[in-house]
Design a protein around this ligand. Structure first.
Ligand code: BES
Ligand code: ZN
Length: 590
């Protein structure tokens, strides 16, 4: 049975893409990517072939220099436009010549001012969930995997990096030609390209970091422990099958914290805080090398399989590196974040379920921490019921069984029931997977680090402010938990006090800053606006932009600033972030 993917026009009965060979030119002046892809299929394709596209200009479709008939359908709001290739003969290769639109949703074209160096432009892609189709025509479903090779031409001194092995960089007059080879099959959402003034530093046997030269040294320090993470991850999940794990530090407008592009994880520069307190994001993207990139969700309705498993794996890694109390503390911060997301949707909303129909829904519209934390809690509950040792064996077998494959929620549940007979008596699977809200039998994060914070919060609520020495040894996430759990509004003098107490004026930790700004905005502490604007104008990570714009637009005094600031800085954000913020600003009626 072919998988029904509600987000793709692909019909795998017509054939499956197995390999694509690209010849592409990156042009910053026109903000386009243009060239040809040669598509090879698993078995010869006869009759029709449907590919996904969005805003791509198709120039020519041909096979062996012979033009093929094709047409492009009306735009579907979520899926984009179906490219229909009409193909009378059985063909095993088809070539498509195309040019992307300057508005391609996958592509962020950054002016030099938005980079660390300030002299050269930068291009970054973000294909997950369904943006690959705005960059390349493809079967844009995570149930289809292909290998690829690419030749990418960029203006010197810029170079390109991809989710692939960069085999060669050739100078050709004013251009650099970069060659790539991706020998492991990937789904389209892991196709990735970045172009900029890139430098590289090796960090370990299998890992290194790419970034603009201006941030390379700091980045190399922040992520120096990555090789150790890979070693530890292998002990838990099995061998690392992607050969190299490089990281690319992007300019600040990258809309996510990290993106698990294979061989080249994309990371926000906001992880560089000078104390390695954000390496959990690296652990998370690395963990996707097993859960997500090896074992892949079959459709975006099964997204919790990618993220729930990866958060679980991230926490296991944190436990090894930083100790159990710290990993539990992380669980507490992120759970609070998830519960907040659930409240925004409404506790009964579909988006609070792990699995629900997404027909007619853009995955970006329902992106939240629910599949992450509810997914992880579900897995942790199973672990609690069967014991860690047995669960460890289950993890290894799960990865080994499904590596380089995609699976649905039902596939997973069948596997779970086969491997863990009697699990239904211990865990209410139906409620957990298909029910709304957050079940009360979820394992509770617990650690003295969390207790410490709640002791201070309770004292504050009964009138005692924490003193410097009370919070002196606090770990970064403890400050987050504290700020997140303050009352909805607090007095202005306390806003000023906490800013000083936690040294927020000097802090580079935007997790903390965002939590603080949100309380300060809600509390009507107007002096904070200047700092909020500084964050909104320098960072494009949605984890920060969304709560800040939401707080601004939901509070009487700041309502008017929400739209104004957004209009002022929208040009500096990635198209995906612009879309998300438009939704926030419109639904709250600003
Ligand atoms: N794969 C996600 C990012 C993503 C999800 C992009 C859905 C587009 C659509 C990535 O692995 C991720 O989860 N990043 C988190 C990291 C955090 C949970 C540690 C982020 O960006 O904050
Ligand atoms: Zn993830």
């Amino acid at each position: 049975m072919p998988i029904q993917d509600p987000h793709s026009f692909a019909d795998t009965r017509q054939g499956r893409i197995r390999h694509i060979d690209f010849d592409l030119t990156v042009d910053f002046a026109s903000r386009t990517l243009a060239g040809t892809g040669i598509y090879a299929f698993e078995a010869p394709v006869a009759g029709s072939l449907f590919l996904d596209t969005r805003d791509i200009h198709i120039e020519r479709v041909f096979a062996d220099d012979r033009d093929l008939d094709w047409s492009i359908d009306q735009e579907d709001r979520v899926k984009g436009r179906r490219l229909h290739i009409k193909n009378p003969d059985a063909l095993s290769k088809i070539s498509i010549t195309f040019t992307t639109s300057p508005d391609a949703t996958a592509l962020g074209w950054l002016a030099p001012e938005l980079t660390a160096g300030g002299k050269h432009p930068f291009l970054l892609s973000q294909c997950q969930a369904i943006h690959a189709r705005s960059m390349i025509p493809c079967q844009d479903s995570p149930s289809v995997r292909f290998t690829y090779t690419a030749r990418v031409k960029v203006a010197a001194p810029l170079t390109a990096a991809m989710s692939a092995d960069r085999t060669k960089v050739e100078e050709q007059g004013e251009f650099n030609i970069c060659y790539f080879d991706m020998p492991q099959a990937i789904p389209s959402y892991l196709f990735a390209l970045a172009v900029g003034n890139l430098a590289f530093q090796k960090l370990g046997k299998r890992c290194g970091v790419f970034s603009e030269p201006e941030v390379l040294e700091e980045a190399a320090w922040e992520f120096a422990e990555t090789e150790r993470l890979i070693d530890e991850a292998e002990k838990l999940f099995g061998p690392y099958l992607w050969e190299t794990f490089n990281m690319l530090i992007l300019p600040p407008s990258f809309p996510y914290g990290g993106m698990e592009n294979p061989r080249l994880a994309f990371l926000t520069p906001t992880l560089i805080v000078g104390d390695r307190s954000m390496v959990n994001v690296v652990a998370h993207e690395l963990a996707h090398s097993w859960t997500g990139n090896l074992v892949t969700n079959a459709t975006w309705e099964d997204f919790w399989l990618n993220e729930g498993w990866t958060v679980y794996a991230e926490r296991r890694l944190l436990e090894v590196i930083e100790g159990e109390p710290y990993a539990q503390l992380h669980g507490a911060v992120r759970r609070d974040g998830m519960l907040e997301d659930m409240k925004v949707f409404g506790m009964e909303a579909d988006a609070t379920k792990l699995k629900f129909s997404q027909e007619g829904i853009d995955p970006d519209e329902v992106f939240s921490m629910v599949p992450y934390e509810k997914g992880c809690s579900f897995l942790s509950l199973i672990e609690e019921k069967v014991g860690r040792e047995r669960f460890n064996g289950f993890i290894r077998k799960y990865i080994e069984t499904f590596k380089f494959q995609s699976l649905t929620t039902d596939d997973f549940l069948s596997f779970l029931r086969e491997e863990m007979p009697g699990i239904d008596e211990k865990v209410d699977i139906k409620t957990w997977v298909f029910g709304a809200g957050f079940p009360s039998d979820a394992p509770q994060p617990s650690s003295h680090l969390i207790d410490d914070v709640y002791a201070r919060l309770n004292a504050y609520k009964s009138g005692t402010l924490p003193k410097k020495e009370d919070v002196a040894g606090w770990k970064a996430p403890q400050v987050e938990v504290f700020l997140k759990n303050l009352p909805q509004t607090i007095p202005a003098e306390d806003c000023a006090y906490f800013r000083d107490l936690f040294g927020l004026a000097e802090s580079r930790n935007r997790n903390q800053l965002t939590e603080y700004y949100v309380v300060a905005i809600r509390s009507g502490y107007e002096p904070v606006l200047e700092e909020v604007e500084r964050l909104l104008s320098t960072v494009g990570r949605m984890l920060y932009l969304k709560p800040l714009y939401r707080a601004l637009s939901e509070t009487a005094w700041s309502k008017k600033h929400a739209r104004t600031l957004f209009e002022k800085y929208r040009g500096t954000y990635h198209p995906i972030a612009v879309g998300a913020l438009e939704r926030i600003l419109t639904t709250s009626g600003v």
